[in-house]
Design a protein around this ligand. Structure first.
Ligand SMILES: Cc1cc2nc3c(=O)[nH]c(=O)nc-3n(C[C@H](O)[C@H](O)[C@H](O)COP(=O)(O)O)c2cc1C
Length: 350
């Protein structure tokens, strides 16, 4: 599993030498790269450190628990047989590698336990790592209106979750034929819930991100974290259009392009860092994080305590056996360890 190599000391025994040299000659022409595509986000400094040691990412506190990797499994799924397999694999990976996890929408558990097994992963992830339940803003609004918010407390209790993630997804709901209507500004609904709840709350989008005014409003609330769910990866506006009629898709297609990148959002949050009005201190940078270099870059740029989150990245490898997912996560962590040794953020000239 581990791709860690040990320094074997000097030896002239090298059984692979001949085939390796042959590969080098044959593959040299295929390995040409274009300098137009250099990654300008980092200075690469090979002179200043050796290879990273195995498991060298330092443990750190995030959301009141100790993580061993700066990664978060973004909220995904539940309610199908496949979802149970996915969630269990993901929780197992979190346990092994020290990551946090947001569950997919737990709406179906508010009123019954038919799908509890799909989401019931606390015993797999363990008590030491963050695990959050998830509800949509429309459900939270309705629960407050009907004076039924004790159902959220019960949900958190039965999942042994550390708190609640509220996803704010107006474009998805608007484009979904069976979607809910959000009646009040989400900031008001969330402020109301914060006033009446004792559990930590995280707020996220679902793949469009948040504009600068929304980021500012969220940072001023006593939230445990903001999860960006930026535009650039899985996009639920597009996903709903794929489920809709041709005309619907044609007319509303450009809606997909609305929103903000994770990089833009890091900049807006950084502008507010240190301000007396900011009460939220943790950020999960997510939405379109394709690989560990993107993740490392964005968490390094954040002035807030930050980790990076992936949904579709994990989903791709979580649907089958655990070993595939394990290999994927392990590769990312090794990559992050290498980044920490050799890469420095490029200084932006003022
Ligand atoms: C299959 C799937 C199901 C999702 N379900 C939920 C959900 O129930 N609640 C939620 O807050 N976000 C949900 N999301 C959105 C993700 O949490 C995430 O914000 C979004 O996919 C962007 O991340 P990505 O580009 O890494 O996929 C889902 C994403 C996927 C791929």
């Amino acid at each position: 599993m581990s791709n860690t190599k040990q320094n074997k000391g000097f030896s002239d025994v090298d059984p692979m030498a001949e085939s390796r040299k042959k590969d080098h000659i044959e593959l040299a022409f295929k390995s040409q790269v274009d300098r137009m595509h250099l990654d300008h986000r980092f200075d690469y400094e090979p002179m200043l450190a050796g290879h990273p040691e195995d498991n060298s990412w330092p443990a750190f506190n995030f959301l009141g628990k100790t993580l061993r990797a700066p990664m978060w499994v973004s909220s995904m799924t539940g309610g199908t047989k496949m979802a149970a397999i996915i969630n269990k694999n993901l929780a197992r990976a979190c346990h092994e590698f020290g990551m946090g996890m947001g569950l997919g929408s737990c709406r179906s558990l508010l009123t019954g336990d038919k799908h509890l097994d799909d989401f019931n992963v606390r015993s797999i992830i363990g008590d030491e790592l963050p695990l959050y339940a998830n509800l949509g803003i429309a459900q939270v609004e309705a629960l407050i209106k009907n004076k039924e918010t004790e159902l959220i407390d019960k949900l958190i209790h039965k999942l042994k979750a550390d708190g609640l993630i509220i996803h704010v997804n107006p474009l998805q709901e608007w484009l979904q034929p069976e979607g809910d209507v959000i009646q009040a500004p989400p900031v008001e609904t969330i402020a109301q819930l914060l006033d009446m709840s004792t559990y930590p709350i995280i707020v996220k989008e679902v793949g469009q991100g948040f504009g600068p005014r929304s980021i500012a409003a969220l940072l001023k609330m006593p939230l445990k974290a903001i999860d960006f769910a930026a535009n650039g990866g899985t996009n639920f506006a597009r996903l709903e259009l794929l489920r809709s009629s041709e005309m619907h898709s044609e007319v509303y297609g450009p809606v997909v392009q609305l929103g903000h990148s994770a990089e833009e959002m890091v900049g807006w949050a950084n502008d507010l860092h240190g301000s007396d009005s900011v009460k939220c201190q943790h950020i999960i940078i997510s939405g379109g994080i394709k690989h560990f270099l993107d993740g490392y870059y964005l968490i390094s740029r954040s002035k807030f305590k930050a980790i990076y989150g992936q949904a579709s990245g994990f989903l791709k490898y979580a649907r089958d056996d655990y070993e595939t997912l394990r290999y994927y996560v392990n590769l990312q962590i090794k990559g992050l360890e290498l980044c920490r040794q050799m890469l420095h953020l490029k200084e932006v000239k003022q």
